[in-house]
Design a protein around this ligand. Structure first.
Ligand SMILES: [Fe+2]
Length: 200
């Protein structure tokens, strides 16, 4: 069962309006939660049926399977996005140290991450790749395209236009700057700590 989790912060963000956050969290993210539950229910029925059928050109099962990864990742990525907002943007902790070790400095990382986010159509994510034990930046053009299995999101930035268009119009760069101004580094450090404990 997927649940519509409450926002982890109740403060007004800098440069990202409450209207944008309310729509994003209350409608769009909720939509992925609801669809994930519907798809899961239908797949459970099909898995128990006597003659489950699939066809790669078109079948209900193919459609459900495509929808499953899109909707489920839509839930996970939005939760990771909201989880690391509401902070003061001041880099700190083991994550900041690991970022500096890999990219030279947090500032240099932010430049690279911003360029990646300008090049993405859906998401830019700093993830802990547990396969190789490294921090890596991934771009996803859709929720279910562009990530790799075994990579755990740490800093997740939604760059779909619904994340910023009401606030900055087509100016995505300013939105990404605002994203970093509101970054909750304590929450990101907690995700980093948990991700590193995962052994695969
Ligand atoms: Fe979104």
């Amino acid at each position: 069962m997927y649940n519509h989790k409450p926002l982890p912060f109740d403060k007004e963000l800098e440069g990202i309006s409450s209207k944008t956050i309310e729509t994003h969290h209350g409608k769009l993210y909720k939509g992925y939660v609801d669809k994930s539950n519907s798809i899961k229910e239908r797949l459970t029925d099909i898995a128990k049926s006597d003659n489950p059928e699939g066809n790669q050109t078109y079948s209900e099962l193919r459609s459900l399977k495509n929808g499953e990864s899109f909707a489920n990742n839509g839930v996970y990525l939005h939760e990771k996005y909201f989880d690391i907002l509401g902070g003061d943007g001041k880099s700190t902790g083991e994550l900041a140290e690991a970022i500096s070790a890999k990219y030279g400095s947090v500032e240099q990382f932010q430049k690279y991450f911003t360029a990646c986010a300008m090049a993405a159509r859906g998401w830019t994510i700093l993830a802990w790749d547990a396969n190789v034990g490294e921090l890596r930046v991934f771009n996803c053009d859709a929720h279910n395209h562009g990530g790799i299995w075994g990579a755990i999101p740490i800093i997740t930035c939604d760059v779909y236009e619904h994340s910023y268009f009401m606030d900055t119009g087509s100016d995505r760069k300013t939105y990404i700057d605002n994203f970093f101004k509101n970054l909750n580094w304590e929450a990101a450090n907690e995700l980093f700590r948990k991700a590193q404990e995962l052994k695969i």
